[in-house]
Design a protein around this ligand. Structure first.
Ligand code: TXA
Ligand code: MG
Length: 324
C-alpha cells in the first residue's frame, strides 16, 4: 500500500498539484522545476501570472541550488530561523523559471518546519513552489478541510493532512536583494528577532507601489472573508453595531469584560498574539458560513507582537477605521 507521502511525491513528479501543511498556513504545491505544473497553481487559484510564488526547500543546504550572490545576512537568517516561518528573497539562479518568480530575477525561498512537509521535501530533493492554498484574495487555509473547501478534487486530488497550523499566519518575508534588508511582509518571525540576528534595524515596506515589487500579499485587498468585514476601535464597532441594528452581526474582540448588549454574536478572541494568529483565519472562515450581514472586528492593541495580525486584518477589511 502506498502512503499519502508516496502518493504526494508521485503526483508532484507527474506535474500535478498537492495540498501541503506548513507551520504557517497550508500551501498549494507543485514541482518548482516544471513551469507547466506551476502554471496549474495560478489557474487553480485564479491568481495573476505576474505574482511570484515561494519555493520551499528542505534546508539551507539547498539555498545555493536556487539563489546566487547570497549575502551573509541570508546565511545568518537561515541559520537562526530555518526550518521556520521566514522567506528570503534573493537573486535567482538562471535556471529558476519566470513562471515561479512572476517574471522577476529574484526568488523567494523558505524551509518550512512542519514535519510532514519537511519529510516530503527531503524525499523530493528539489524545490516545491507553493503559495497559500486559497482562491486569490481569499482567507488563507489553516486546516486540510479549508483547502478542500477551496478547490475541486479535479484540480487538487490530494491534500496531505498535517492537522491545524501552529503559527496560523504566513511567513515573514525579507528581501535581501537591495543594499539593505527590507521587511516586505510581517509574519511568523518577529521583526525584532530578525533585527537581533542581523545586528541592525530593518525597514518595513508597507505597500506594493513603494516596494516596486510584485508581492500579492502586499495588495491592499487580500486575505479577505466573503462577508463584509469592518475593523476599528471598540467604540467605533459599538457605533457600527447600533447603525446596523436589525442586521445579523458578529463582533470579534479580546475584551472579556465587554458588555454583551444588543443582538450581535460576541466572539471572544485570545488576548495573546500567538494564540490569536493561530485561530483568526479559521474564525473568519467559520463566520463566513453563518449568513451574517457583517463582521465587526475590534482591532487588537497596536503593539509589536501584533504586527503581522494588524497587517492581515487591515488587508482583509472591507472598511477600516483606524483605532482611536
Ligand atoms: O507562510 C507562507 O509564506 C505560505 C506557506 C504556504 O509557505 N505561503 C504564502 O505564499 O503565503 P503566498 O504566495 O500566498 O505569499 C507569498 C508572498 C507573495 O506575496 C509573493 O508575491 C511573495 O511571497 N514572493 C514570492 N517570491 C517573491 C519574489 N521573488 N519577490 C517578491 N515577492 C515574492
Ligand atoms: Mg496567499
Amino acid at each position: 500500500m502506498t502512503s499519502n507521502l508516496d502518493q504526494a511525491l508521485a503526483l508532484l513528479k507527474a506535474g500535478e498539484l498537492v495540498g501541503i501543511p506548513t507551520e504557517t498556513v497550508y500551501g498549494l504545491a507543485a514541482d518548482a522545476a516544471q513551469p507547466l505544473a506551476v502554471a496549474k497553481i495560478f489557474a487553480a487559484k485564479g491568481r495573476p501570472n505576474d505574482h511570484p510564488v515561494i519555493v520551499h526547500i528542505a534546508g539551507k543546504a539547498q539555498l545555493g541550488d536556487w539563489a546566487i550572490d547570497i549575502p551573509d545576512d541570508a546565511w545568518k537568517l537561515a541559520d537562526a530561523f530555518w526550518p521556520g516561518p521566514l522567506t528570503l528573497i534573493l537573486k535567482k539562479q538562471p535556471h529558476v523559471s519566470y513562471a515561479v518568480t512572476g517574471g522577476q530575477d529574484s526568488v523567494g525561498l523558505r524551509a518550512p518546519k512542519h514535519p510532514l512537509t519537511h519529510e516530503l521535501l527531503q524525499r523530493f530533493g528539489g524545490g516545491i513552489a507553493a503559495p497559500s492554498a486559497n482562491q486569490f484574495g481569499h482567507v488563507s487555509p489553516t486546516t486540510a478541510q479549508h483547502v478542500r473547501d477551496e478547490f475541486s478534487t479535479e484540480s487538487v486530488s490530494l491534500i496531505l493532512d498535517g492537522g491545524a497550523c501552529d503559527v496560523g499566519v504566513e511567513s515573514t518575508i525579507i528581501s535581501l536583494i537591495g543594499p539593505q534588508p527590507v521587511l516586505l511582509r510581517p509574519g511568523g518571525v518577529a521583526r525584532e528577532a530578525i533585527e537581533a540576528v542581523l545586528g541592525h534595524s530593518v525597514e518595513h515596506v508597507q505597500n506594493a507601489s513603494s516596494a516596486s515589487i510584485r508581492t500579492s500579499g502586499l495588495l491592499d485587498s487580500h486575505y479577505a472573508p466573503r462577508t463584509t468585514l469592518l475593523t476599528g476601535s471598540q467604540s467605533q464597532m459599538a457605533a457600527a453595531a447600533i447603525a446596523r441594528a436589525g442586521q445579523k452581526l458578529a463582533i470579534l474582540h479580546t475584551e472579556a469584560a465587554l458588555p454583551q448588549d444588543g443582538t450581535a454574536m460576541h466572539i471572544l478572541m485570545p488576548d495573546n498574539a500567538d494564540e490569536y494568529a493561530q485561530i483568526i483565519y479559521a474564525t473568519l472562515r467559520d463566520l463566513d458560513t453563518q449568513g451574517l450581514d457583517a463582521i465587526l472586528l475590534v482591532l487588537p492593541p497596536d503593539e509589536p507582537d501584533w504586527l503581522a495580525i494588524h497587517d492581515r486584518l487591515s488587508r482583509a477589511a472591507h472598511q477600516k477605521t483606524r483605532a482611536v
